[in-house]
Design a protein around this ligand. Sequence first.
Ligand code: CDP
Length: 246
Amino acid sequence: MARGPIVAIDGPAGSGKSTTARLVAEGLGFTYLDTGALYRAVTLHALNLGVDPEDEEGLGRVLREIELHFEPTGAGEGPRLIMNGRDVSEEIRSMRVAASVSAVARSAVVRGSLVDLQREIGRAGGFVVEGRDIGTVVFPDAEIKVFLVADVEQRAERRLGDLRRAGDTEISLEQVRKNLLDRDAIDSGRAIAPLRKAADAVELDTSRLTIAEQVDKVVCFCTSLPTSTPDRSAGSPGEAAPKSRS
Ligand code: CDP
């Protein structure tokens, strides 16, 4: 059966993917999928068990031990990520996890397992999926592909604000900036599914845009899509619009 549409939003750390993807999904009546949260949860469990990011066998054990799923919440909030029955949505945002996640996300065994899970979650379509390799690897046939970028200074300020709001009063702007740059380097330089703009993605620089402006722009890219998920759609989702061109 033909699937409903997929909107793929990729880009470097702190470029505004999560907020944009969540609000675009709400606006379109689609479901939001945060793939970075899955890599962060595997990293959290590996850290808790003392498994080294270079230890493929150890990471295989970590993957066999964890069950991950998202639970929807009301409008205005993202879904919660549940790992082995426990809500880890806040814990995965810590700097402890951010410092190791890109090393874990380089692993072939981790990527293989999480890409399968992402395809399984999104198989019916009607999703806005956010990550690093969504338009290139996970859903290369996504109907809409957006690549978000922003100045590193802006990205660091935004991420510091997130961490402060979450209660981290210790971290400095310099530490946050360094973490973003380190992750960008590892994510772009890895052998498997590196961070890069798909040839048919539209690039959007969010450095000087408000959240409302960036959401509006992405929603505009999606005007050719059916406005709802396949089940609720009056049209034919299988005949979704052609891909956007940059
Ligand atoms: O929110 P932020 O941009 O800081 O990162 P994230 O989306 O939560 O992703 C955290 C890390 O997971 C990234 O730095 C990548 O190393 C990895 N990741 C990935 O490799 N592939 C994805 N599709 C999503 C995230």
